[in-house]
Design a protein around this ligand. Structure first.
Ligand SMILES: Cc1cc2nc3c(=O)[nH]c(=O)nc-3n(C[C@H](O)[C@H](O)[C@H](O)COP(=O)(O)OP(=O)(O)OC[C@H]3O[C@@H](n4cnc5c(N)ncnc54)[C@H](O)[C@@H]3O)c2cc1C
Length: 368
């Protein structure tokens, strides 16, 4: 039987962790410095797959494939608990050239992904006719809706969510975390989970994680067209369009290493507008409704950090999912809970715990 836990961060990763720990019998409190799901989880595109999976290492694909398999039943359970919908939809993804056909086809065959070459004109009414890669099984969720579903489901499952509560300190004693400090008072528990997204390594005492988790800004544009103007996700040279069911279309995203600065820039707006109009000419300034940015929890090679933390017996981390934290949320939560419970996980945890053994972290763990 699991005991009580406090989780720092109510994004997709923190709330998925809370739900999984609660499902296994733990009493869970989640603290967030802002609104639950209000940071990267709100800002993201909700594509439930790495963009070009064959370009990533097995560590990324093992976790994202595990998570993708869990996703449909997971979101149904959360939707039933919350009474809300995340707009999960298998919309497919069209990859426009150039792409590496041989590695792409080999990867899809090895992972049993349906794939075929298709004319771009079949999906895009822009007069193009290029041999493109069609991945019909790629799904998506609508991030702000998923954030509401996660919050509602967590509350229905008995998780306590405290918003506008910023953790300012982790107080340790005898190799354990004794409590968390906040301006609203201290929080004690048997166990603690760091799921503070891009801010995970900004928590006092966790600065050594800065080499494993760092902010990477992503800017996004939102357009409004009539429904069905675009039906599938379209990817071209690293940028994408994502259609929602009500006619909204997202164009994203930038990858910027600008610290914790969340401002938007005219240069990114210009580039994303030009990209969007090239793919779908109806996407112009006239139908632009919003421009925002979010801070991804960046990590080297997009490999997250999941498991016990810094040698403290009762401190765990689930962070650094970079571009795929929504995709990886359910799988990461199950992996974390298995490690906490001492159960053998369905996939190897080694790639996600290995990154914690940096020299600085070993030094800190030895001092703890
Ligand atoms: C533009 C963009 C597009 C993206 N597209 C996709 C995509 O298509 N598919 C995909 O899978 N992923 C995508 N992502 C990535 C995905 O959104 C992130 O990996 C994921 O949301 C990370 O979730 P998280 O819970 O770790 O972080 P967050 O959602 O950022 O949550 C962390 C939470 O911790 C809280 N917090 C931080 N510090 C403290 C503190 N000291 N005390 C209390 N609370 C604290 C924050 O307020 C925040 O709410 C995208 C991201 C961006 C920005």
């Amino acid at each position: 039987m699991l005991s009580d836990f406090v989780i720092i961060g109510a994004g997709a990763v923190g709330l998925a962790s809370a739900l999984e720990l609660a499902r296994r019998g733990a009493r869970v409190t989640v603290l967030d410095k802002g609104q639950s799901g209000g940071e990267s989880t709100w800002a993201g595109g909700g594509i439930l797959s790495p963009l070009l999976p064959w370009q990533y290492g097995e560590e990324v694909n093992a976790l994202s494939e595990y998570s993708r398999a869990l996703f449909p039943a997971w979101r149904l359970r959360l939707e039933a608990l919350s009474g809300l919908e995340a707009e999960y939809r298998v919309s497919g993804m069209l990859v426009l050239p150039p792409f590496e056909q041989q590695p792409a086809f080999a990867w899809c065959a090895r992972h049993a992904w349906r794939h075929e070459l298709r004319n771009s004109g079949d999906v895009l009414a822009n007069g193009s006719n290029e041999a493109s890669l069609w991945l019909p099984e790629v799904a998506q969720v609508r991030n702000p809706r998923l954030a509401k579903v996660l919050r509602g489901a967590a509350l229905a499952a008995g998780v306590r969510i405290l918003e506008s509560v910023q953790v300012t300190g982790l107080v340790s004693a005898a190799g354990r975390i004794a409590r968390l400090s906040t301006q609203q008072g201290d929080f004690s528990a048997a166990g603690f989970v760091v799921a503070a997204g891009a801010w995970s390594s900004a928590l006092p005492g966790l600065e050594a994680f800065a080499e494993r988790i760092f902010p990477v800004r992503g800017q996004m544009l939102l357009f409004k067209l009539p429904p069905d103007s675009l039906r599938s996700i379209v990817l071209h040279n690293g940028a994408y369009l994502i259609p929602r069911t009500d006619g909204h279309v997202l164009a994203g995203s930038t990858l910027e290493y600008s610290g914790f600065d969340k401002s938007t820039t005219q240069a990114a707006k210009r580039d994303l507008l030009a990209f969007a109009a090239r793919i779908l000419p109806a996407l112009s300034d006239l139908v632009l409704s919003r421009h925002w940015s979010g801070l991804r929890p960046g990590s080297p090679d997009n490999v997250p950090v999941i498991g016990p933390c810094l040698g403290y017996d009762n401190l765990f981390i689930n962070s650094g999912h970079f571009r795929y934290g929504v995709t990886m949320a359910p799988g990461s939560a199950v992996l974390l809970a298995d490690l906490i419970e001492g159960k053998k996980p369905a996939i190897s945890a080694a790639p996600y715990t290995a990154g914690m053994a940096t020299p600085k972290m070993r030094e800190l763990a030895a001092d703890a």
